[in-house]
Design a protein around this ligand. Structure first.
Ligand SMILES: [Zn+2]
Length: 199
């Protein structure tokens, strides 16, 4: 494999990017002036050095001074009695930007494909149970995408919660989120009505 093919392979790992787009990305980058490439390389290296994973919600956050927990988890003004479980960092960011939720979060790191035999390989189930087991949340809102994979993941999480006998009320987003909807792209009004209609 030559260097260009290697670059294409790297881009092909990006979410939603297929081999043809990866090739276009690679040739686009290589056609840019040296200053562009230097800036890209420097920015990635710089960000990488400042990235941390929160020990509570598990989200990725940027900070110059490393601390164990992120700004949301350490914010005393937030409602610490309510936890929202979301699939990915980008879902958290969208809910957060909508301003409709003021509690705490947990980022699963994905969802579980229907045929997956080992769910723990796909999501942070152990970490979630550990976190929920240590805290007495009044309510845990499972906010997954309205897709078969989201429903499947929700079923597995609910089963796992039964095993640890959590006292928290478990709820799920309401119908406001129509079938096929993804949290990441839902607008604030949709999120608000899904949250209001939770059951
Ligand atoms: Zn956090």
């Amino acid at each position: 494999m030559n260097s260009i093919e290697h670059l294409e392979e790297i881009f092909a790992h990006f979410p939603g990017i297929g081999p043809r787009q990866a090739k276009r990305f690679a040739y686009f980058v290589l056609s840019r002036p040296k200053s562009f490439i230097d800036d890209l390389v420097r920015t990635i290296a710089d960000v990488r050095g400042k990235v941390h994973e929160c020990d509570k919600c598990r989200r990725i956050y940027i900070s110059d001074s490393p601390s164990e927990s992120c700004g949301i988890c350490t914010d005393k003004s937030r409602d610490e009695t309510t936890l929202m479980i979301v699939p990915r960092d980008t879902d958290l960011l969208n809910v957060e930007a909508s301003g409709v939720f003021k509690g705490l979060y947990f980022v699963l790191g994905g969802t579980i494909p229907i045929l997956e035999k080992e769910p723990e390989r796909r999501i942070r189930l152990k970490e979630l149970l550990n976190y929920v087991g240590k805290r007495n949340f009044d309510e845990i809102i499972i906010s997954l995408n309205a897709t078969p994979e989201g429903d499947h993941t929700q079923t597995i999480i609910c089963e796992a919660f039964k095993n640890i006998n959590t006292k928290s009320r478990i709820s799920r987003l309401g119908r406001g989120l129509s079938t096929g909807s993804e949290i990441e792209y839902a607008d604030p009004e949709t999120l608000r009505s899904a949250l209001r209609g939770r059951s």
